[in-house]
Design a protein. Structure first.
Lengths: 422, 635
């Protein structure tokens, strides 16, 4: 359509765009309905989940009663159930090709299962079972080779064809809660142990690299799938820490918002954001470079969230919680699902840009930030704010009343690091 | 040679101690340092770790550039690696796949039987053989032949199509006639060469004739008619039948033509008749008629009409006449003529500028008045006939409505004017328009009478001109009133809004704003301080002078030179709620921030391309596509 772009004919561009931005922000809040569905069927709390590497619609989950379920997300149905272990399913991971998956459980076994359900009349049996000496608490598969790693008393690296580990990596003795392969530099491993440390390993040289000790225990860590040297650790002290593995002395960013221990973290496949699950019955989405979350998801019925995954098409979030449900959320709360017409898409982009442009304006900021919180979280947030303020004031006073320089300023990033061990 | 000195040779003879060698050894041992203790296990491991860490960080550090680039990127598209749809070669697919079901096996069996090729040069044995059989030269020749044939065919098709499209009856008639003649000639030849065959053909024709007779067709178009034409030469009866039929045909044709004059009285001259019934076709082709512009010129029409007349009689004549070579040539010439005409027409269409130029000339010939008016056909005709001067024409146009005006018309006129009064039109223009409309209406009625009166009107022009001025009076006053109303409108408005003088109000307001904006002097005078005070006593002038602080003059107002604007520089509290109070983080100067806000993004202020570029999203993902972690291959 030919148009006259003479600015005289279209006056008040800033106020008009401001109004549009305000409306877009309001509409975003109006349409923010992130919860899609709940997958129920487990008979105990969901302890771990795994994404299918080749199929977007498939997700696997393991429960505290040793049951593993495979779900179809499009149908929102359980398509297969198997009793994998006695006791907890502690960890599970899919093979990179998507033909099989591994589980570890409290019964000191590592089991490999076929992804396809057994044919009619066939027994539901694992392909391989490895019986270990100690309990395995976590497992992760290599991204390209037939190698997987388990953790427990030590980090073991296994060849799929063998029943004994290729090598065992230890640095002190403590129970290691999680181990993760780096998705880009696939020989790198990160683990976190209950003696509050995070240890990095190199599989090529079969040696640990470095250890960083934090003030409190780290529950899990997750590598950034787009930035090889960045990983984020979910800590018991309500915070998440994003580290650059080359500079472990202080984290790149401290992400604060949770009001209870953070139990799990998973990166979005674009590497720009991550989602964290917390004991405070909520999940939060953090931009990688921001200290505070952009989104909090909660429902009345959702209890302590133990595991969380961001689907590989960057659209959805799955969280498994104590009360036996897996919930499916939109990653972008107000996003319209389904195919968009080109005009719709253009309007959406325009609105997004306007929101970005006017994000510093007080009204827009206020509306965009507004979230409803459950009372428990709201109160705890308030309480913690008071506590933090009190601590700050106390430190200030101490500094005021002591010899200058004797009470040093410690940045928030450094505050939580106890030591870096070479 | 070296010199030997005797003293060197004479060493003092000493007793060698037995322990000297041992001593030496001891000394040697003393000089050597002790081997260090091996490192403790922990320390050794630590060294290994450190080395490994340095190496690994270096390895990982190679991603630094990529990471920074992606962080800074305006737009990132995921998945980064576009999967290409790989087309597996057929051999691979076939070799990897085995026929299992009976249907598949059957199909495979068939394929094997016909020796369908599976491997790379996909050619059947037949194809191979044919490839080997034909040489390149031959193939080329054959191809050329085929091409030629195709081209010829397409030419013929195009020609046939073109001929089919020609609408001219005459052309077809002539064509048909030539065909008929050709058939006759052939028959003649056949009769000479093979009488029996000719007889058989005659019988066939007879059969056809019988069939033809059953259908009532009287035109000389069908097969039967053609056969009659052949017979006519030798058979008098046949000739008669032909003529009869033609006569009938002619009669029918005539009837169609007779229809037109029936409406008219017989004494009307032919020229007028045509002019009345077909007003768009001008009678005398003077250049003054703009309706002529798009049409073929008048003179070209006349001979055609004559020809038409000739054609009506022609068939009969032609049949009776002998087919001479002359006529043949004449008809061919006619056909050629048609061809040429078409050609010319096509050329004209191709060069519209030429036509345009012609038109311009024609227009320039027209009198100005006529070109301005929207013209009714009746007017045209009258103009064409009597060719009055512009002034006379004007008079004539004016007078026409008044002559045949009825009460109805006047009423309608008045109501229309009332409607127009409301919109306050430009008086003169409106008047003209109204007149024209009236004319149009009046003319419907007039048209019937006009034909009879036309001549008289022309002769009585002078008289009518005088009359018209008289009769204008009753119809015009309304228009005049309206005109006066238009002038008064302004007065009416001023009267209606007499109370509020907006301009003066604004001026006052501005003055007030100016006064308010001026800095006020500060009065620090304390009455009764240092002098007598009380009711009725005022502080002394000296004191007033000393304690009335005059502020420095304010900077000039920004609207100083803008008479229609008041610019207020006060902070608006209501707007402040929507304004940014402090500079947001990434910006370093407030100008930067303001600039970022000032440039509009929307499509109202930007071209489509710019709009798309400005609103491009940071991250683009494709629905239903798995985003794999970045890898060295797709960087």
């Amino acid at each position: 359509v030919p148009r006259n772009y003479d600015p005289i004919l279209h006056p008040f561009e800033v106020p008009r765009e401001y109004t549009r931005a305000l409306n877009a922000t309001k509409l975003e809040r109006v349409f923010a309905k992130p919860f899609l569905s709940s997958l129920d069927g487990h008979r105990d709390g969901v302890n771990c989940m795994a994404k299918h590497p080749k199929s977007l619609s498939t997700v696997l989950s393991g429960a505290c009663d040793g049951e593993v379920k495979i779900w179809n997300l499009t149908k929102r149905q359980c398509i297969r159930t198997l009793q994998a272990h006695e006791g907890f399913v502690r960890g599970m991971c899919a093979r990179f090709c998507g033909t099989s998956f591994f589980t570890v459980g409290d019964d000191k076994t590592v089991k490999q299962w076929k992804m396809e359900s057994p044919g009619y009349g066939e027994e539901e049996e694992p392909i391989h079972t490895i019986l270990g000496k100690t309990v395995y608490t976590g497992i992760d598969h290599h991204w390209k080779e037939a190698v997987f790693a388990t953790c427990g008393q030590q980090v073991d690296i296994w060849d799929e064809q063998r029943t004994s580990p290729m090598c065992s990596l230890t640095w002190g003795f403590d129970s290691i809660s999680s181990v993760k392969f780096n998705p880009i530099e696939t020989y790198l491993l990160g683990s976190c142990a209950s003696d509050r440390n995070i240890v990095l390993y190199d599989m090529r040289q079969s040696t640990p690299l470095k250890k960083v000790i934090l003030k409190m225990r780290t529950n899990t860590l997750c590598w950034n799938p787009m930035e090889a040297f960045i990983f984020t650790a979910a800590n018991e002290d309500y915070n998440l820490y994003t580290f650059d593995m080359r500079f472990l002395a202080s984290p790149v960013m401290v992400h604060m918002d949770h009001v209870s221990a953070v139990l799990d973290v998973d990166y979005s496949p674009t590497g720009k954001e991550f989602v964290s699950a917390s004991f405070d019955k909520s999940i939060r989405i953090f931009p990688v470079d921001k200290g505070h979350s952009r989104e909090i998801y909660h429902t009345k019925r959702m209890q302590h969230v133990i595991t969380v995954k961001w689907t590989s098409d960057n659209k959805y979030i799955l969280c498994g919680s104590d009360e036996m449900n897996i919930r499916l959320w939109k990653a972008n709360a107000s996003e319209k699902l389904g195919v968009l017409a080109p005009r719709e898409k253009a309007a959406m982009n325009y609105n997004q840009k306007l929101k970005e442009k006017f994000q510093y304006h007080p009204q827009i900021k206020r509306i965009a930030r507004h979230r409803h919180l459950p009372k428990s979280i709201y109160c705890q947030v308030k309480e913690q704010r008071i506590m933090k303020e009190a601590r700050r004031r106390k430190e200030q006073n101490r500094r005021k009343h002591s010899k200058p320089g004797s009470v040093p300023f410690v940045s928030e990033k450094k505050k939580h690091i106890v030591a870096v061990v070479k | 040679g070296e010199k030997l000195v005797l003293s060197e040779l004479l060493q003092p003879i000493k007793a060698k101690s037995a322990l000297s060698s041992v001593k030496k050894e001891l000394n040697k041992v003393k000089q050597k340092k002790a081997v260090e203790l091996p490192l403790s296990k922990e320390e050794a491991e630590r060294v290994v770790r450190e080395a490994a860490y340095v190496r690994t960080s270096k390895d990982v550090g190679k991603w630094q550039q990529v990471v920074l680039q992606n962080r800074r990127a305006e737009q990132l598209t995921f998945p980064m690696k576009q999967e290409l749809v790989a087309v597996a070669p057929l051999e691979q697919v076939v070799s990897a796949w085995k026929a299992r079901t009976p249907l598949e096996q059957e199909i495979f069996g068939l394929l094997h039987k016909t020796q369908q090729p599976i491997t790379d040069p996909l050619l059947t044995p037949q194809e191979k053989a044919s490839l080997q059989a034909m040489s390149l030269e031959e193939a080329r020749q054959r191809r050329a032949e085929l091409q030629k044939a195709r081209v010829l065919q397409s030419y013929y098709e195009a020609k046939a199509r073109r001929e089919k499209k020609i609408k001219s009856k005459k052309y077809h008639r002539v064509l048909k006639k030539s065909k008929r003649r050709k058939a006759l000639k052939e028959f003649e030849l056949l009769r000479n060469a093979d009488p029996e065959a000719a007889l058989a053909k005659l019988e066939e024709l007879e059969q056809l004739r019988m069939e033809e007779r059953m259908s009532l067709k009287h035109q000389n178009k069908g097969k039967w008619a053609r056969s009659r034409a052949i017979m006519a030469k030798y058979d008098l009866e046949a000739r008669k039948a032909m003529q009869e039929q033609l006569a009938k045909n002619k009669e029918l044709m005539q009837k169609v033509q007779v229809e037109l004059p029936e409406e008219e009285p017989g004494d009307v001259p032919a020229e007028d008749l045509v002019a009345e019934s077909v007003p768009t076709v001008p009678m005398d082709a003077s250049g003054a008629n703009p309706w002529m512009l798009g049409k073929p010129s008048g003179p070209a029409k006349e001979p055609e009409v004559q020809e038409d007349l000739g054609d009506v009689t022609e068939p009969a004549v032609a049949e009776s006449k002998d087919m001479s070579e002359e006529e043949m040539s004449e008809e061919e010439a006619l056909l050629q003529d048609f061809e040429q005409k078409r050609h010319i027409r096509r050329q004209q269409a191709a060069s519209p500028e030429l036509q345009g130029a012609d038109k311009a000339e024609m227009v320039s010939e027209l009198p100005e008045d006529i070109s301005v008016h929207p013209i009714c056909p009746e007017e045209q005709v009258s103009m064409g006939i009597d060719q009055p001067s512009p002034a006379q024409q004007e008079v004539l146009l004016l007078e026409q409505p008044s002559r045949v005006q009825t009460m109805e018309d006047v009423e309608a006129f008045a109501s229309e004017e009332c409607a127009e009064e409301q919109e306050i039109p430009v008086a003169a223009g409106a008047e003209k328009r109204v007149h024209q409309q009236q004319e149009g209406r009046a003319e419907d009625r007039q048209a019937k009478k006009r034909k009879a009166k036309k001549r008289r009107i022309i002769s009585l022009q002078a008289v009518l001109a005088g009359k018209s001025q008289e009769i204008q009076c009753p119809s015009l006053p309304v228009a005049v009133e309206e005109e006066e109303g238009g002038i008064d409108q302004r007065g009416v408005i001023t009267e209606a809004f007499a109370g509020d003088d907006v301009v003066a109000d604004f001026r006052r307001e501005k003055r007030k704003a100016e006064q308010a904006g001026k800095p006020q002097p500060v009065n620090l005078v304390l009455p009764g301080w240092g002098e007598w005070g009380g009711t009725g006593l005022r502080p002394s002038k000296k004191k007033m002078k000393g304690f009335l602080l005059k502020p420095p003059t304010a900077p000039p107002r920004k609207d100083q030179h803008l008479p229609h604007v008041i610019m207020s520089e006060q902070r608006n509290i209501h707007a402040a709620a929507h304004q940014v109070s402090e500079l947001p983080f990434p910006f370093e100067k407030h100008q930067q921030f303001e600039r970022s806000i000032r440039t509009p993004v929307g499509s109202m202020w930007n071209t489509q391309r710019a709009f798309q570029k400005l609103t491009a999203p940071r991250i683009v993902t494709r629905a239903g596509h798995i985003i794999q972690p970045i890898s060295a291959e797709n960087v």
